[in-house]
Design a binder for this molecule. Structure first.
Ligand code: LLP
Length: 433
């Protein structure tokens, strides 16, 4: 459930008309709903009730500091995967004691920053990383809480680009090596082995892969305890899928409650603190991208709605062939006949297509539309390709809205560039001859 609904013939985000925001900030822009975020967070939290748990929101889904603060006020911690995300999480006010650091390629500088910040735990994904972490921690006279991220070799049955728990994926330590790696960890200075971690993929539509992977994790905890390690945490990662289609067709997704029941069933009386890292399920349906139709172009075989948002603003359709529901901001008349169209952006690639042969209510040049379910992996994956500005982000809260990232203009981007000193002027000489 979200708070982007029609009222008096036009689409609102909570109590604010999207048209009113567009008039103030221009298009395209991302718009997030506080009430939706808070609701999704509380549904997820309630689903885990009864466990000793911590929700470390996977901020890669949406790391805007205002979004993070909203979730922090609900009690969220953060799962970070880079020094940059760590910096953002701290800037947003997430307590270090609620931050976990995942990722296969943490640099020495990133590890040092995480140790300096005193975060809750580092999820180690390889043996070389473990050695580097030990050296850095020991040199600083610190002891760092470490979980070993294992790769359970389970097929998450999701898109190949976002599956992470198969042995051919770069993530985690092979389950068969985990005990040896933990034995090594126990001998290394600066390391306090506390747990086991995993994350098998994103947009999971099925609980069975989770059940299999979590079952392996629980078995490993027992083995490690048998080996003499004091394991008291298990990090289950994120990945729960969300509905993307208008009518939910073909999307028989497990609810957070069903996910929570499965977790409780598998964890049983393991006597571990359970860490979860949801991203999409919290933010996905809490955001829309608002765009304006520039032209309607009648091609020989297709009708194109050319809009002012493009693949640089929302990459998912181009990268994963992802489906995002599209709705006009002005509510269509009850009897309006839908027509098929390709919805495309202005970028010079055919891949800059949001939807092909989509049945849509009538829309004309100047009309506003929304792409739904873009609160996760939308703005964060944006770029300035084709020298396009980075779209602003707006947060709605009841009757109020605030720009939480202004449009990053091309002039701002040019400001990061510089002309080498072998050019005498900032303008090229006229070519001669
Ligand atoms: N924990 C770890 C270690 C992760 O790598 C991820 C996502 C998550 C948690 C959160 O997963 P979620 O609950 O959001 O599914 N850009 C892709 C998604 C990439 C997900 C990467 N890892 C997309 O747009 O679908």
């Amino acid at each position: 459930m979200d708070h982007f609904t029609y009222k008096n013939g036009e689409m609102f985000a909570e109590n604010v008309a999207l048209q009113a925001i567009a008039a103030e900030v221009g298009t395209p822009f991302y718009c997030y709903s506080t009430a939706t975020m808070v609701r999704h967070f509380s549904v997820f939290r309630d689903a885990l009730d009864g466990l000793d748990f911590m929700i470390c929101y996977a901020m890669k889904a949406n790391g805007n500091i205002a979004v993070m603060r909203t979730l922090a006020e609900q009690g969220a911690g953060a799962d970070v995967v880079s020094g940059g995300e760590l910096e953002r999480a701290l800037a947003a006010g997430i307590p270090p004691s609620k931050i976990v650091f995942s990722g296969v390629g943490k640099t020495e500088a990133e590890i040092a920053a995480a140790i300096a910040a005193g975060i809750m735990q580092i999820n180690v994904e390889s043996e070389p990383e473990l050695e580097v972490l030990s050296a850095i921690a020991a040199a600083r006279g610190r002891e760092v809480a470490v979980s070993i991220r294992v790769n359970p070799d389970v097929d998450a049955r999701t898109h190949e680009k976002i599956t992470t728990g198969k042995s051919e994926n770069k993530f985690g330590i092979d389950l068969g090596r985990a005990r040896d790696v933990c034995a090594r960890a126990a001998k290394l200075p600066g390391i306090r082995l506390v747990g086991v971690a995993m994350h098998i993929g994103s947009q999971l539509r099925d609980l069975e892969p989770y059940r299999a992977a979590y079952g392996s994790g629980v078995a490993l905890v027992h083995q490690l305890r048998g080996d003499g390690h004091a394991i008291d945490r298990i990090d289950l990662g994120g990945g729960l899928g969300i509905p993307y289609f208008e009518d939910g067709e073909g999307e028989d997704l497990p609810s957070p409650a069903e996910y929570g029941a499965m977790v409780k069933d598998v964890i049983g009386d393991l006597d571990c603190r359970v860490i979860v890292e949801p991203g999409r399920v919290i933010m996905g349906n809490a955001g829309v991208l608002v765009a304006q139709v520039i032209y309607v172009k009648e091609g020989p075989t297709r009708r194109f709605l050319i809009v002012d948002a493009a693949m640089n603003d929302l990459l998912r359709p181009s990268l994963y062939s992802a489906h995002h529901a599209i709705d006009p901001v002005r509510q269509p008349d009850a009897g309006a006949t839908c027509e098929t169209a390709d919805v495309v952006g202005p970028i010079c690639e055919s891949g800059d297509t949001f939807a092909r042969q989509r049945l849509l209510p009538p829309m004309e040049s100047g009309d506003l539309m929304v792409f739904r379910s873009v609160g996760a992996y939308g703005a964060v994956m944006g770029s300035s390709y084709n020298a396009r500005p980075l779209a602003p982000e707006v947060l709605v809260n009841g009757d109020a809205f605030a720009v939480i990232r202004r449009r990053i203009e091309v002039a701002d981007l040019i400001g990061f560039e510089s002309m080498p000193d072998w050019f005498d002027t900032t303008r090229p000489k006229e070519a001669t001859g």
